[in-house]
Design a protein around this ligand. Sequence first.
Ligand code: MG
Length: 271
Amino acid sequence: MSLSKVCTFAALIAASTLLSAQQAAAPQGGATRRGRGNPRDTEVWEPVPSVVTPGADNALPPSDAIVLFDGKNLDEWVQTRDKSPAQWVVRDGAMVANNARGVGNIETKRAFRNYQLHIEWKIPEDVMGADQGRGNSGVFLASTGGGDSGYELQVLDSYKNTTYVNGQAGSIYKQGIPLVNPSRKPGEWQSYDVVWTAPVFDADGTVKTPAYATVFFNGVLVQNHFELKGETLYIGAPTYKKYDAAPIKLQAHGDPGPPVSFRNIWVRKLD
Ligand code: MG
């Protein structure tokens, strides 16, 4: 091969390599590879998601959260019974259930529909009792009336404590058995991270779409988009009762022995 032919051949190789590299890069300008379409056809640029500053760690409230309890006071809470100031006790950065007669459940002043909730709870180290009478409390994801009306995510000492499985910690009470049991020992803080999709009703009270709950218990998935059959009842089959927005409620179950504590409670509205 003559020198000129060698140079021409090398130039062709170089040009071919450059073209291949350009094709492989699939530039954003809309270059099309034969038979594979335009990547821009499937790009969405608006609306741009809001910027949210996460907490210093994943348990702490992000910038768009409503803080329901930060360890200082019960300003966001009232007695379920009569909406008077909450009578639970704030101690060592936690709110402690008040099982005294006549106190009962507390709930948020605010009402919510769909939301993301973070809440931490602790069974006392010296917990007493057994079965459902051992560290029982509850997070009502929507409080639809007095007492225990609504939709309860059970709080209980389920560390080596046998009870009916649709009533152990992480259950949607009497409806949803938790997928696994990631309970920690009494005396250790535990967490629930919940996505609550509120039920939607027609004007006449007919259920248009049911409620769904997704729950992470100590970071472990225990309820995966679980469809509720209605309010969580102690006795009888669950039924729905029309509501729009509702408070989040915490249960004073009145078990013997020291009460359950809660801390670091925040919520992000999703509607
Ligand atoms: Mg309970």
